[in-house]
Design a protein around this ligand. Structure first.
Ligand code: VAL
Length: 388
């Protein structure tokens, strides 16, 4: 028995020393865990484009001091299980140095703790719920939280229509971000002297919103604020208009994609959405990014693509600093992951979002925010028009 026990111990020690001796692969593998399938892919698609564009853009400029990067994609789907699975694959199978992902805050609250325990840095590209950086030491984000982004939409709506008095607020109660964002919207509405006449709940899986729309119409409001995701949010807006609602509409961060246009079609017209990114942001880095992105995709970069690009850039910029002190090829993977996390948090970055950095907890420090309004040309084509 004693003999058996010591054999087991020896094997365990061997296994862990083997893991500890593992070097970093070249090209340098960076994990991208976003939604490539499910309704959440309406948002995730733009993130895939932004990340892929970052890989090309960065490698064309010499990668990490001459060493190329290689993005490893693992599809998270739209739920927690998918995100956990993607994170586990990236950490143990693909042996990435860090992860950009997942798409939803709802997924981050389940998957990020796994990376945190494995000491693998996570940069959230779009998680905007309150409490994301606080998940753990290895979690940061390049997506500004609802508390700083969402209020801009209400202030702009009031500037466009100063007569707004009564508000209906709707939110997806099964989604962590939507629940967080509606809190900010409701508080801001009250702070601005508005009356919140009704609060309606729905699910991100709903497609029939008759009950909620009826309640909104009965409340006779002049502003409707929706916190949900792209498919449910798009259907909700469409049904609001079809059943006769004529007032202003604010959509939250989950509706911030032109991939919603096929859902709400011409009824998307007029939706006001706060933006954490603008193609007009004047920094030289952003203007070069916009020029090359627009040349490739024939349209300006949307927020989710710009944030995903920024997530990859942050990881790469931090790796460049580390590589200058000790070549990445000489690092053991586990040590590099820890060093990368430390460097991410102390670095300063010139990105498409402007100059950014992080606080000690990994919360984003960003200066500029914007508001845009959807303008539909017809049932299929439309654009986000940035408001002054
Ligand atoms: N920002 C949202 C979230 O944190 C979505 C729209 C990606 O879940």
């Amino acid at each position: 028995m004693k003999h058996l026990l010591s054999t087991t111990l020896t094997l365990t020690a061997l296994a862990s020393s083997y893991a500890a001796a593992e070097k970093v692969a070249t090209p340098i593998p960076i994990g991208i865990a976003v939604a490539q399938t499910s309704n959440t892919a309406l948002l995730g698609q733009e993130q895939v484009i932004g990340a892929r564009f970052a890989e090309k853009y960065i490698n064309a400029r010499g990668g990490i001091n001459g060493t190329p990067i290689k993005l490893v994609f693992q599809d998270t789907g739209g739920d927690e299980a998918g995100a956990i699975n993607a994170f586990q694959n990236l950490i143990t199978k693909d042996k990435v140095v860090g992860i950009v992902g997942p798409t939803l805050s709802q997924q981050a609250f389940s998957a990020d703790p796994i990376a945190d325990r494995a000491k693998v840095p996570v940069v959230g590209p779009s998680n905007t719920a309150k409490g994301i950086p606080q998940i753990g030491n290895f979690v940061a984000r390049v997506s500004a939280p609802v508390s700083v982004v969402a209020p801009n939409a209400i202030r702009t709506a009031l500037r466009l229509d100063p007569k707004i008095k009564k508000v209906a607020v709707l939110y997806a109660q099964n989604d962590a971000f939507s629940t967080s964002e509606t809190g900010t919207f409701q508080q801001t509405a009250k702070d601005q002297g508005l009356t919140v006449s009704t609060v309606q709940k729905f699910l991100t899986t709903d497609s029939d919103f008759t009950t909620q729309v009826t309640a909104v119409l009965n409340a006779d409001v002049d502003l409707v604020i929706v916190s949900g995701l792209a498919n449910d949010g798009g259907n909700l807006v469409k049904q609001l208009r079809q059943l006769g609602y004529k007032g202003s509409i604010i959509g939250g961060n989950g509706l911030n994609t032109s991939n919603m246009f096929p859902v709400c079609q011409q009824y998307c017209d007029g939706i006001i959405i706060a933006q954490a990114y603008s193609p007009a942001q004047p920094s030289a880095n952003n203007q070069l990014f916009v020029k090359e992105y627009s040349a490739q995709y024939k349209k300006a970069p949307p927020q989710f693509a710009a944030q995903a690009f920024t997530g990859v850039q942050v990881v790469v910029d931090a790796l460049k600093v580390i590589d200058r002190k000790k070549k990445l090829g000489e690092w053991e993977l586990a040590d590099l992951r820890v060093a990368l996390n430390t460097q991410i948090l102390v670095g300063k970055y010139s990105t498409p979002l402007g100059a950014i950095s992080f606080d000690k907890e990994g919360e984003l420090q960003q200066a500029d925010f914007y508001v845009a309004q959807i303008k539909m040309k017809d049932a299929k084509t439309g654009s986000f028009v940035f408001l002054k």
